[in-house]
Design a protein around this ligand. Structure first.
Ligand code: ADP
Ligand code: 5GP
Length: 205
């Protein structure tokens, strides 16, 4: 049944900065096959270890603004003073591959993706506590001039929005949280609406 092509599903993932979303997405993608990742464009500078074209497309503000003017983004947002956006061409390329697609966007982007793709599913990742979030942010403070207080203030606002999401995953134990994300993706692959076209094709029902 796996050889029959099917349409991929969009999973939008949002988490306050420092919650472990990048680590979790990487772990879940390594453990489960057939999951693509939507690489965003951003004006922020790369962190240590981040690769252009792999983690983000790092561009300058003028380039980003030109892309906005040319309507090249499905959605874009100003986050912590930097511009982030999902380009239409990246999204189309990934969706055409037939893979499921994880999108890492903030609450503004998630709202817009849900509006444009109502069948998409959304996952909110929570840290175990505000104190642990602060510790993780400090540990990862590789960004130039990172403002921990600003990120913590935004985190508290974002956490209020977790009620708008289809799933909530608490990232306490990394492996447990990654397994939950994998379970959400696996369960969705078995949804009737997604499986039925394949079953009809095979069993002529
Ligand atoms: P985000 O992408 O949400 O900003 P990162 O994935 O960069 O967050 O994680 C922030 C920091 O927290 C990193 O140093 C990462 O190794 C650490 N981290 C992530 N998940 C866990 C976890 N479950 N337990 C302990 N540390 C974690
Ligand atoms: P970071 O700089 O820590 O990688 O990301 C900062 C924030 O920007 C995170 O909340 C992340 O989800 C969000 N983000 C990353 N890419 C996009 C995007 O394409 N669109 C939107 N709206 N937010 C994004």
């Amino acid at each position: 049944m796996d050889s029959v092509p099917e349409k991929g599903q969009i999973f939008v993932v949002t988490a306050p900065s420092g919650s472990g979303k990048t680590t979790l997405i990487d772990t879940a993608r390594k453990n489960i096959g057939g999951v693509g990742y939507s690489i965003s464009h951003t004006t922020r500078k790369p962190r240590e270890g981040e690769v252009n074209g792999l983690h983000y497309y790092f561009i300058d503000r003028v380039e980003f603004e030109n892309m906005i003017e040319a309507h090249e983004f499905v959605e874009w947002a100003l986050v912590y003073g930097q511009l982030y956006g999902t380009s239409i061409s990246t999204l189309n390329r990934e969706l055409c591959s037939g893979k499921d697609l994880l999108m890492d966007v903030d609450v503004q982007g998630a709202k817009e993706i849900k509006r444009r793709f109502p069948e998409s599913l959304s996952i909110f990742i929570l840290p175990p506590s505000i104190e642990i979030l602060r510790e993780r942010l400090k540990r990862r403070s590789t960004d130039e001039g990172i403002n921990i207080d600003l990120r913590m203030k935004k985190a508290v606002e974002e956490i209020q929005r977790c009620r708008d999401y289809d799933f909530i995953v608490v990232n306490d134990d990394l492996n447990q949280a990654a397994r939950e994300i994998e379970a959400i993706i696996t369960a969705q692959r078995a949804c009737r609406n997604r499986r039925l076209p394949l079953v009809q094709k095979i069993f002529h029902i």
